[in-house]
Design a protein around this ligand. Sequence first.
Ligand code: F6R
Length: 608
Amino acid sequence: MCGIVTAIATNNIVPVLLEGLRKLEYRGYDSAGLAVLSGELTRLRSAGRVAELAALADARQLSANIGIAHTRWATHGVPSERNAHPHISGGLAVVHNGIIENFEAIKTGLQARGYVFTSETDTEAIAHLIHSKLQGTPDLFEAVRLATNELVGAYAIGVLAEADPFRAIVARRGSPLLLGVGEDGMYAASDTAALLQVTRKVVYLEDGDLAELRRDSYRIVLADGTPVEREVHLSSLSADAVELGKFRHYMQKEIFEQPQALANTLELIAGGGGISPQHFGARAAEVFEGVRRVLVLACGTSYHAGLVARYWIEAIAKLPVTVEIASEYRYRESVPDPDTLVVVISQSGETADTLAALKHAKSLGMERTLAICNVPESAIVRETALRFITRAGPEIGVASTKAFTTQLAAFALLTLALAKLNGRLSAADEERHLVALRHLPVAVQKVLELEPEIEKWAQRFASKEHALFLGRGSHWPIAMEGALKLKEISYIHAEAYAAGELKHGPLALVDKDMPVIAVSPHDQLLEKLKSNLQEVRARGGELYVFADAGSEIPESEGVHILHMPEHYGMLSPVLHVIPLQLLSYHAALVKGTDVDKPRNLAKSVTVE
Ligand code: F6R
């Protein structure tokens, strides 16, 4: 979602702002803009890509030492130049990520005082509110503080003012924002990737923090104005990790990074390491002690990882598991149990609904919380008692791939750790699982080699308008994940069903124009699944089956089989999702969609 960059330096900061926005493009956006001070306030906005904004800046030969910039993902008001940030009030400009819930009330009050609104955004209300505070105090920093104290909702903002050209002000509550401490200047951005071009020294702002940036210094205060020190971290994010390299798209790169991402995530058990609660933090044994059930809260792809985990944890650790969509859970009247382990899963760690669901669970007295997350300093990680950081590396493509498989790896470790604590894991079984986990990156690598065959399937697929995905057991969520991937990047309508449900309704949809993709591992449900596939074939449906070696489903007219290299027991879902990711990727390529930035979607969903 929206991305922010702020810079104040001895050199021209326009290239820094633009490069920062390019690095934030992956978050998803529909318009872009910037404002700089160079004697006077100059604002440029474009209802298109950052490249168009850069062309505008070039044409103007824009140069300045202080500026703010923004990529906007529309919430209040359509994507348009008029609604693009920065928004201006007098000589003051503001960029904002988040949603201000009380903006209507603020707007009405400001309109009554004569402020004229030129956009439909909530952000313009922030600009006018700060401007109005400047009538009571000459200090911009104080005016921003007073204004933000009146905001209800989520925000990360960057502010600059013509009358105060030697500092920029930033503030955050609920939306991500970090400072970059450079040699020649001070910076702020929505994530580290935007600032690697100028510094590796970063300071993560906490909720309620405000910071004043000057060329050679910064200071941070709490919402009540009390000065506060925040630790300076040295980011280890490599610049290569956010570059495309030899790949055509980030999604493709990230699919192919999965063996390494899994190896990194599973490093804890590489060599001789066994299963231990310590994988989840020093206090894990204490937190896990006496846990009687597990509640998983997540959204989208992360939710699908939770659904797979339910099969594993119930079968192996023998604990009951509930998996809930975070946006539903947070508003539902549920029955809390303090002996529940609440597991929140999130690639970004910033997903507003997941964060709110976690806070809701805690407010109900459930304090045994664990985050499985890919971003160590994210808001969600900072809210939980325990954490497991997946080591997938930055995921830039909007469609989640390597984050999903590493989440599954984390859940496999959690399943085994809980089983071990409950006396449900024999030494022999532990060893068997450890061997399988250590071999997982190699097994995934072999699946990736199926790409050329999947590419051929994708050619046939791309002309379809609908597709049905089927799976059973722990592969049903994999079918759901396959359907989600296909619809989000190729815009082909796709549904997933537990194959046994077919004849209870969706079979009515099956005809020769409806491709049916079956996730068909060689497990105890294979024979049942084969019967379901017969039901499809009998109605003229064309079948695309991802079968394991030894599944013995014969290829025939209308039945296309792709054999996976090996059957992989409990971890089979990790392998079976890979061809579905590749299928969606190649179908999208054939259709010519914007693979890494699908329409209407954002990478990091920081608003409700
Ligand atoms: C789909 C996808 C989304 C995310 C969802 C949750 O490919 O990426 O469905 O999984 O928005 O995001 P995180 O995991 O960051 O909480």
